[in-house]
Design a protein around this ligand. Structure first.
Ligand SMILES: *[C@@H]1O[C@H](CO)[C@@H](O)[C@H](O)[C@H]1NC(C)=O
Ligand SMILES: *[C@@H]1O[C@H](CO)[C@@H](O)[C@H](O)[C@H]1NC(C)=O
Length: 510
């Protein structure tokens, strides 16, 4: 009896172990864009994969300082030129076009840097085998060519919503009447002027992406490989696209099942605050307002007027203020303002006394605020910030203020709105809803990556990605439906006219 029982236990145990054994994958990460804030997000995901036992090889500008188990760097770092902090501070039509062009051009340069690297070349020269390639979908498709040469399926990653040139490859509808456009703050209810602008800008951006980006990269790739299919086709073959958004913040957008929202996986559990900062926060009777405009609106580049407006508004509020400020002092050195050029943002936002976040509405900071339930006063400056700000307002996470309408009266009104206890309670609930998921964002990101490796031969892209443009918009149907009646009406009118002329001639003869 004992023997049977032992045998039974052994069988059950081995079956259980077999089921739970994670099959370790060989994963290649390709991050040719030298943006630190982007990589900061991806890094958490790459580390989670390595922690799960997958063998990671990561090409990036940001190698690890300390070696990590299962994590192998191929560093491009010697070529690093920090491109962040070089963005314009006005979201004008021309600035959008200019910056997008230079972004796409930068992608082509990064492509060259990537393929010139000897360690990267070794990957294909030694015929390295990867189960899946994970890569950023931002300003370049170069890495898709590399993945194709290595014969591996691809998972795309972002740290933002879809770029204008990525909608069509996934078959995601870009309908300007309700789809928020990254560069504008109209959200899901844009005005006629904003809709017109979004159509024109996105058409232009798609063109420059195709002709200044993909075409150049295709030529670069052709110097190394013989048979790279058109990059747009490789883009359509991406197995899963992991978007850094979430519907609680951005509303219910229409995505096919292979475009998956995993927004928020970078948010870490808070660490202990430095003593000085913790004391400053805990001594506040009415709570703390945290201000950071990221690297976008630097203290030095802020106009005197703007600064005075903000300072005099803050002086009317009872709250204490922590401000990410790059200089040694701030005009007037008010006692209730704590300045520092480096602040542990996530840990500050996690403190229950911090009750408002005045920000440029970058997606990462906004996500941290949402996670910790801190209302946001969004003052978007450039890039995707306008659409983040619109989403902040629409979701109830906060309110937005236009830099052009920055007056004391306006700002004070906005602050009073988000400091209202009912507003605060609603944001706490929103935060709870945001975290209330069947699986965490990270588990979901990891799962679909493994899925792409396990079922390489299947593709789950929407048929919408393959349909020609005119069919997608049903232009041919419209032509038929409008054309046939129009033709019939024309024929009838011509007949009538002819008949009239004839009868006139007849009556003249008589
Ligand atoms: C893991 O990746 C490294 C670096 O790419 C490679 O040298 C090594 O052979 C891989 N290990 C396994 C078990 O595949
Ligand atoms: C996937 O397709 C390839 C080529 O058609 C085939 O050789 C391979 O065995 C397939 N893989 C699986 C897991 O079925």
């Amino acid at each position: 009896m004992k023997i049977i029982l032992t045998l039974y236990c052994a069988i059950v145990l081995t079956t259980f172990i077999e089921i739970n054994q994670v099959h370790s994958l060989n994963i290649l990460g390709v991050f040719p864009f030298p943006g630190k804030s982007h990589f900061f997000v991806f890094e958490t995901y790459l580390k989670a994969l390595s922690k799960k036992g997958h063998n990671m090889t990561v090409i990036s500008y940001f190698p690890q300082n300390q070696p990590i188990e299962n994590y192998h760097d191929i560093s491009l770092a010697e070529k690093l030129k920090d491109i962040e902090g070089e963005f314009p501070d006005e979201n004008s039509f021309w600035n959008i076009l200019k910056v997008a062009s230079s972004l796409v051009e930068l992608g082509t340069k990064n492509c060259k840097t990537l393929l010139e690297n000897k360690n990267v070349q070794n990957l294909w020269k030694t015929k390295s085998k990867f189960d899946v390639v994970v890569t950023e979908q931002f300003n370049s498709d170069c890495s898709l060519g590399l993945a194709h040469a290595l014969n591996a399926p691809v998972v795309g990653l972002t740290t933002h919503a879809l770029m204008p040139w990525h909608f069509s490859r996934f078959g995601v509808p870009f309908n300007p009447s309700y789809v928020s456009f990254m560069y504008l703050n109209g959200g899901t209810k844009p005005t006629l002027y904003q809709r017109l602008k979004s159509v024109i800008i996105s058409a232009y951006l798609r063109l420059i992406y195709k002709y200044l980006g993909q075409r150049v990269e295709q030529n670069t790739l052709a110097q190394y490989f013989d048979d790279i299919p058109p990059l747009e086709e490789l883009g359509r073959n991406i197995k899963f696209q992991l978007l850094y958004t979430n519907f609680v913040h951005f509303g219910s957008n229409i995505f096919p099942p292979n475009v998956i929202e995993v927004g928020g996986y970078h948010v870490a559990s808070p660490k202990q605050l430095p003593d000085e900062l913790r004391k400053f926060i805990e001594a506040s009777q009415h709570g703390v307002i945290y201000i950071s405009f990221g690297s976008m609106l630097r203290a030095a580049s802020m106009s005197r007027n703007q600064l005075e407006t903000i300072l005099s508004t803050l002086s009317e509020l009872p709250q204490r203020v922590i401000w990410k400020w790059e200089e040694d002092s701030i005009p007037g050195n008010p006692k209730n303002i704590y300045i520092s050029n480096w602040l542990p943002q996530n840990d500050i936002l996690a403190h229950p006394n911090v009750i408002a976040f005045y920000s440029h509405s970058g997606l990462l900071g906004t996500t941290e605020a949402l996670y910790h339930g801190v209302p946001v006063l969004a003052m978007p400056i450039f890039g995707d910030q306008p659409s983040n700000a619109a989403a902040i307002e629409e979701s109830g996470l906060g309110v937005q203020i236009d830099l052009k309408e920055l007056t004391k009266e306006n700002l004070l009104k906005k602050f009073r709105t988000i400091l209202d206890p009912r507003f605060q309670a609603n944001v706490k609930l929103l935060s709870q809803a945001w975290r209330d998921r069947p699986t965490s964002a990270m588990e979901s990101a990891v799962h679909w990556t493994e899925f792409a490796a396990r079922y390489q031969n299947f593709t789950f892209r929407s048929a919408a990605a393959d349909v020609p443009f005119y069919q997608y918009l049903c232009l041919d149907i419209f032509c038929i439906l409008l054309g046939i009646p129009a033709a019939i009406i024309c024929i009838i009118l011509t007949c009538l006219l002819n008949y009239k002329i004839k009868s006139k001639k007849k009556s003249k003869k008589e």
